[in-house]
Design a protein around this ligand. Structure first.
Ligand SMILES: *Cc1c(COP(=O)(O)O)cnc(C)c1O
Length: 457
């Protein structure tokens, strides 16, 4: 086989981006502003700086600066695991017998096992620079908490993680990785916070939810001197940091003169997808190029494909700013899908707006077929993918199979966000043939939509 394009396209260290790209700067119609939950007016920098570090609050509100310098301290950390490889999936192509060329950007090559470290290190850096003692956060499946504990230990910051109780119990190894990096991990809902005590009183024996853990982490940050809250997805600042994924991908493709036809990513809160597509969407917004972009979400938590575009709370406790996004309603409790990182009721405001403008499409897939795709991928490409990432694999495979039928030679690029070593309970269910698919009914969704907050827009 003649192989002009290597299995792995590695960039040189000096080719790693020196700036993050803010796609909002190139959007004519911008994402709607965050609202203060108390007044329902657009939130100010001063108000936002009470919750987030000041520099991060500034990044959050800035929808006009296209490029932000990546500080040297962050680049030094990135160098430990970046640039990440863009892999040509030759073995998968052969297995599928497809004329399509499949590429994946692999973000799982670090101890946290996912792309989340790209933003964790940035957020820890700005907290340290501001002279804070520490940060608080929530974690569901555990990837974000792990990434943040690594980042905090690097900058010698205290890290307090509220971990959704069912994950705390089901994923003891994730918990221990976090503790090894010095984080304090508390199962949520806990008795440490007012909101945790309220939820425990109202729902005795509850095993928690992401929205509830967010409320606890925010309260913990607000009630301790020298602490701020950090969040690993959904926010515009996170998309900004994750743009490094897309920038590297673009550089790697350009190095070999490859033009992507299709870009696919899984979407939970939208940060990896948003980061991967940002520079490509920027090209589209400037009329420079065209790509088919597909967001893939679980059928059990279909924010884009079945949600509504409206202002909603980002958390169950309704303490966070409101964001206009595709949402299932903050009262919607997703079923126990094994891709924990995709079980979020809302979606990044930027990804939502791009979707609304028709720059990307979305598909929902059921988990059994996702694990089937994960198995196919693992057996030929070697990497054991995270269940979240496997949503993108599923659609990439579907598209490659379509190319086989039509004979089209498309360049398909997808984001492989992480590895699945801590998801073996899910793989066990799949291997035992005991995995089930759950799709919420229209009635269920209607009930949650009815509870959406009323805003001026
Ligand atoms: C958290 C996570 C996701 C989903 O989060 P996004 O913000 O939508 O990117 C996807 N894949 C992995 C491996 C994750 O840890």
């Amino acid at each position: 086989m003649k192989q002009e394009i290597p299995y792995k396209i590695y960039l040189e260290e000096q080719e790693m981006p020196k700036q993050w790209y803010n796609v909002r700067a190139d959007m004519k119609k911008k994402p709607s502003p965050l609202l203060n939950p108390a007044t329902l007016n657009p939130i100010t920098l001063k108000e936002l700086s009470g919750i987030f570090c000041e520099e991060l609050a500034r990044q959050e509100l800035d929808d006009s600066t296209p490029y932000f310098d990546i500080p040297d301290e962050i680049r030094d950390f990135y160098r430990m695991y970046r640039p990440s490889p863009l892999v040509r999936a030759y073995c998968l192509e052969k297995k599928l017998d497809t004329p399509a060329h499949i590429y994946y950007k692999f973000e799982g090559n670090n101890t946290s096992g996912s792309h989340k470290l790209n933003s964790a290190i940035a957020q820890a850096y700005y907290a340290k620079k501001q002279g804070l003692k520490g940060v608080t956060t929530e974690t569901g499946a555990g990837q974000w908490g792990t990434a943040l504990s690594m980042a905090c230990s690097y900058f010698d910051l205290d890290c307090q993680v509220y971990m959704v109780k069912c994950s705390y119990e089901q994923k003891p190894f994730r918990r221990e990785v976090m503790r090894t990096y010095g984080a304090k991990v508390t199962p949520s809902p806990s008795m440490h916070t007012e909101v945790g005590r309220q939820i425990n009183a109202e729902f005795p024996g509850t095993t928690g939810s992401l929205g509830c853990a967010i409320s606890e982490a925010v309260e913990a940050a607000m009630t301790q001197e020298g602490y701020r809250y950090v969040l690993g997805s959904v926010l515009s600042q996170v998309l900004l940091h994750q743009s490094i994924i897309g920038l590297e991908t673009k550089t790697a493709l350009e190095k070999y003169g490859i033009k992507a036809d299709m870009i696919i990513g899984c979407a939970g809160g939208g940060s990896n997808l948003g980061g991967l597509i940002s520079p490509f969407a920027g090209d589209m917004l400037r009329g420079k190029a065209d790509y088919e972009i597909i967001a893939v979400e679980p059928a059990s938590c279909p924010s884009l494909t079945r949600g509504v575009y409206a202002y909603d709370f980002c958390d169950t406790g309704k303490v966070c700013p409101l964001s206009k996004m595709y949402t299932l309603g903050s009262s919607f409790i997703p079923s126990a899908n094994h891709a924990g990182g995709l079980r979020y009721h809302g979606m990044s405001a930027t990804v939502s707006e791009l979707y609304d403008q028709g720059l990307l499409t979305a598909r929902s897939v059921e988990q059994t077929e996702v694990f089937k795709a994960a198995e196919t991928f693992a057996r030929v490409e070697g990497i054991l993918p995270a269940p979240e990432s496997s949503h993108a694999i599923k659609v990439a495979i579907d598209e490659a199979v379509k190319c086989k039928e039509t004979g089209e030679v498309k360049n398909i690029v997808f984001g492989l966000t992480g590895t699945g070593y801590f998801d073996m309970m899910a793989y066990q269910k799949y291997n035992d043939g005991q995995m089930s698919d759950y799709v919420p009914s229209d009635e269920e969704l209607k009930t949650a939509f009815a509870k959406l907050p009323r805003t001026k827009e």
